[in-house]
Ligand binder design. Structure first.
Ligand code: MOS
Length: 734
């Protein structure tokens, strides 16, 4: 088989191939498909957190101008049970099926009208009388039902005894608040039922998930549902589940027999598309005087909803981050009357490593040891759970090269020992980790008769660069300039490739695109190998390379011909190949993980407690970097998200009612330009071809993970104040 070298375009800082479409407005987002006869829908949400609808009066709303229909549990179609459906992590309670209310902000009705304004007004006329029950709204509530477990894998040795007898120990509790994804674009579903087929233009990270789930609950064949999402205005995990409003939009178009557009308002986004759940975490570490960790205990508690079984998993990273002969992890959930939590950038690890990496810093100070030295001393030689050798383990290189670039040797150990004028200066670090995940993927590659090529996958591009890196991978594998490769994605009618999540896309889908392109090229070679009209007749795959769309002999490049010439001579419109790739034995042979390190400098006004992030260095070993520009951009974006997590973001719930009080972008504070310093990104490591043919490990989640503890540790270094409760706001420093 011919092996084209992956490195000509791959790795280059190619501009986003869809950039022009985005800035000129030709890129269509799910709310922007101009269907004929489009109706507009607005959700009505519950105003209690627990209870039932006693009566629901829609007569005034139905009489309002332009109203076409109102869906409630009384007239909505009965749905099929939603178990074991791809994309629904755990069975949720399907929407509009009965009178029960499980959280404040649950969709209880849908108003459909000729215009958005008419629907919005009529929604205010829906009158609901509730029978309210007392709601469970606090993790402290003893009545809340707990579940979750301690896995036998999560215990090693005797952690309590080892902690009690350790030379040095720390034992602290850390808390992180509810935080929301807040993608810039409002989630939208434009649904069109033509009597036989349902088309959904949907804000989703996974069109295949939406197709399977919606077909399942509506009782349709998969072939009757098509989901289209060429552009998404951010998602960060909130588009990985199939949310109730998507199903409601599908019911609505079937109900009125017209296309329906449902755009969530910003306030709806706080209960309709998930969030990062709050956590309470205890981390205890014991170490020898020399800094060898001998005991690790990490216990976490988070809320989950009444309607599904989402588990966040903040303790998972602790199992493998550092060598510790004695260890116990425990992760528990309590069921509350809250909306459904979900994955949000670095799910589990974002909060879990906040606790662990703050605890590591506390241990370093207890030992009077440099925080980087402590971490390097405890890097496990093999994967601590499986005992397998690492495929690659870049944490040491991240710290060594990061320290050099950041100037770490100039740091003094004592808190409050570095100043700039009146400002207290602090430098902090934290490790980051995210699992290596690789999923089954298909891709189709076509070589066309003009010599251009097409790549087709159903995965989505969240704005992170999927279009561009898939173009680059195919370009290299086919020996074409990237301008001649055209990528189409985000459509369930295209080859089945996974949802864009879990930092898995580059490795999973990139490998499938590579396989498809290699297969297409092999087919071209088969065509000419016994073609008397070809100057390459008789050449084997070992004899040739492809350069700029021209196949030529390695030892005699003058002899060759182009894809276009070959296809035209054979009267072919195209040569097409479907490629597949899946995780092989790599997970059985190796410990697999992605590691990084974050370096942060803060400046704090000692009189006001105001915190300024002065600079950030984000280092990662993610294997091969497929596009230096989009990867860097993604690393910067994640660091910004981490600054928000650390200093600003907190969803506040009224403890009496369960209502979110800051469900808007004025009161839920996200970072703006003035909050963000220069952010440097450093890629280290080598392509990890033990894991997949392109050697890439994924950077989506790890870009954020570790920012919050690095900031917390820098604040401690600056002030001597250990704030274990996010967000770290001025008042907590005064
Ligand atoms: Mo990521 S939380 O899988 O979008």
């Amino acid at each position: 088989m011919i092996q084209q070298e992956i490195k000509k375009s791959v790795g280059q800082p190619l501009d986003r191939v869809e950039g022009r479409a985005k800035v000129t407005g030709t890129a269509r987002y799910p709310s922007e498909f101009p269907l004929d006869n489009l109706a507009h829908a607005v959700v009505v949400q519950s105003t209690i957190a627990n209870g039932r609808i006693r009566t629901i009066d829609t007569s005034a709303a139905e009489a309002a101008t332009g109203v076409l229909a109102i869906l409630t549990y009384r007239n909505a179609p009965r749905l099929h049970p939603a178990d074991n459906l791809r994309g629904l992590a755990t069975p949720p309670v399907p929407p509009l099926q009965d009178e029960h209310v499980y959280y404040h902000g649950q969709h209880v009705a849908l108003v459909i009208a000729e215009t958005l304004e008419q629907a919005t007004f009529a929604a205010t006329l829906v009158s609901i009388d509730y029978e309210e029950k007392e709601a469970l709204l606090s993790l402290d509530d003893e009545r809340a039902q707990a579940f979750g477990s301690t896995d036998p894998d999560d215990v090693r040795g005797d952690p309590d005894a080892a902690l009690a007898t350790a030379d040095v120990r720390i034992d602290s509790t850390y808390t992180t608040p509810t935080q929301h994804h807040n993608p810039m674009a409002l989630f939208a579903t434009t649904a069109n039922w033509d009597g036989k087929e349902l088309t959904l233009y949907d804000t989703t990270q996974g069109v295949g998930n939406v197709r399977a789930a919606v077909a399942g609950v509506l009782g349709l064949e998969l072939s009757q549902v098509r989901v289209i999402a060429p552009y998404i205005g951010g998602a960060f995990g909130s588009g990985l589940r199939v949310w109730p409003h998507v199903v409601i939009a599908a019911m609505a178009t079937q109900h009125i027999g017209r296309p329906v557009k449902l755009v969530l308002a910003r306030e709806h986004m706080y209960t309709a598309i998930g969030y990062r759940p709050q956590t309470v975490q205890r981390v205890a570490l014991g170490a020898t005087r020399e800094g060898q960790i001998v005991a690790t205990i990490h216990e976490a508690l988070e809320p989950t909803s009444m309607v599904d079984n989402y588990q966040e998993g903040p303790t998972q990273a602790t199992a493998l981050m550092y060598a510790s002969p004695n260890l116990r992890l425990k992760d528990q959930q309590k069921r509350l009357n809250v909306s459904v939590p979900t994955w949000m950038r670095g799910p589990g690890e974002a909060q879990g490593l906040f606790a662990l990496e703050m605890a590591m810093d506390e241990l370093a100070y207890a030992l009077k040891c440099d925080p980087i030295a402590l971490r390097l001393r405890n890097i496990p030689q093999v994967h601590p759970v499986s005992g397998l050798p690492w495929s690659s383990h870049g944490l040491r290189e991240c710290y060594e090269r990061g320290a050099e670039q950041f100037g770490w040797e100039r740091r003094t150990l004592e808190p409050r020992s570095m100043r700039d004028g009146k400002y207290l200066v602090g430098w902090g670090v934290a490790s980051s980790y995210f699992p290596y995940i690789r999923l089954f993927a298909q891709a189709r590659v076509r070589i066309l008769s003009d010599g251009d090529a097409q790549v087709k996958i159903s995965s989505t591009d969240l704005g992170t660069g999927t279009y561009t890196i898939m173009t680059q991978i195919a370009a290299d594998a086919l020996g074409l300039a990237p301008e001649r490769v055209h990528c189409e994605l985000g459509d369930s009618s295209l080859p089945d490739s996974p949802a864009s999540g879990g930092s898995a896309l580059a490795a999973s889908v990139g490998s499938a695109v590579h396989a498809a392109a290699t297969k297409a090229l092999t087919q071209v070679l088969a065509l000419i190998s016994d073609d008397a009209a070809s100057p390459l007749q008789g050449a084997t795959s070992n004899d040739v390379i492809v350069s700029d769309g021209r196949i030529e002999l390695k030892h005699d490049p003058a002899k060759g011909e182009t894809y276009a010439a070959i296809l035209q001579r054979h009267n072919m419109q195209q040569i097409e190949a479907l490629g597949e790739a899946a995780s092989g034995d790599e997970m059985k042979q190796f410990g697999t993980a992605v590691f990084g390190a974050k370096f942060v400098e803060v400046r704090i006004d000692p009189d006001l407690g105001s915190i300024q992030i002065a600079r950030v260095l984000s280092v990662v070993d993610a294997g091969r970097i497929l596009n230096e520009k989009t990867a860097r951009s993604q690393m910067i974006g994640g660091a910004v998200g981490g600054i928000g997590m650390a200093l600003l973001e907190e969803t506040l719930m009224e403890t009496e009612t369960g209502r979110i009080v800051n469900a808007n972008l004025a009161d839920y504070v996200v970072p703006v330009h003035a909050d963000i310093p220069p952010i440097d990104v450093l890629f280290v490591g080598e392509p990890d071809t033990k894991l997949n043919p392109i050697g890439s490990k994924g950077i989506g989640e790890i870009s954020l993970i570790g920012m919050a503890p690095a900031i917390g540790n820098a604040i401690y270094h600056a002030t001597g104040r250990r704030v274990r409760d996010l967000p770290i706001t001025m008042d907590k420093l005064l």
